[in-house]
Design a binder for this molecule. Structure first.
Ligand code: ZN
Length: 202
């Protein structure tokens, strides 16, 4: 029979399974017969299990950290996506004002309609926005419409929509020009071109 102190010295290695089968067998036998060493063995085994638990906890914390970082990355990614979408919308849907050098326009009278034909010559797509121009309040407190603001914008050509969308025709009845103060303003990035009753048919 081995002495207790030798068994106790060897217990950590025994628990870790580092002993030779012969020594392991001897210690097993000793543990069956000796209550003191058995108790110590139980205590040591428990504390080793606890340290395993500790390792697990650290792993969980690590995973939490990774998850937090992933969430942060996802939020950053999402923000970037929103920005890209905003930029794409700007270039493809909102656009920027067309400059004089990039727009060819002609005016003509067809029947009772006065027209501006516009063509964008820089290879971009043309989007023309129009909005009414309001005059001074009349005696009823209502602002009359006294013209139209025509705002050509250039967009990046759409990769989805095919076809030439670089020209646009704006029409206004000649009658409109007979109204007081009526005007059509072609608003370009570098200045306005104004058509009034004085010059519309030129
Ligand atoms: Zn013993």
């Amino acid at each position: 029979m081995i002495k207790c102190h030798i068994v106790q010295d060897l217990l950590p290695s025994y628990i870790d399974g580092l002993l030779s089968t012969e020594s392991e067998h001897d210690i097993q036998q000793h543990l069956q017969e000796c209550g003191v060493c058995r108790a110590l063995h139980a205590k040591l085994s428990a504390s080793i299990n606890n340290s395993d638990l500790h390792v697990e906890k650290t792993e969980i914390n690590f995973l939490k950290k990774v998850r937090k970082r992933t969430t942060k990355k996802m939020i950053t990614g999402f923000t970037v996506l929103v920005l890209i979408f905003a930029l794409l919308t700007y270039f493809f849907a909102i656009g920027s004002p067309v400059h004089k050098a990039d727009l060819m326009y002609t005016t003509s009278v067809v029947g009772d309609t006065w027209r501006i034909n516009m063509e964008l010559t820089n290879g971009k797509a043309l989007l023309v926005k129009t909005e009414p121009i309001y005059g001074e309040k009349d005696s009823n407190g209502i602002k009359p419409v006294v013209g139209v603001l025509v705002k050509p914008h250039e967009l990046l050509p759409s990769p989805i929509l095919e076809g030439d969308n670089n020209s646009f025709m704006f029409g206004s009845t000649i009658d409109s020009f007979n109204k007081r103060d009526y005007k059509v303003i072609l608003r370009l990035g570098d200045g306005d071109v104004v058509f009034t009753s004085d010059n519309y048919d030129n």
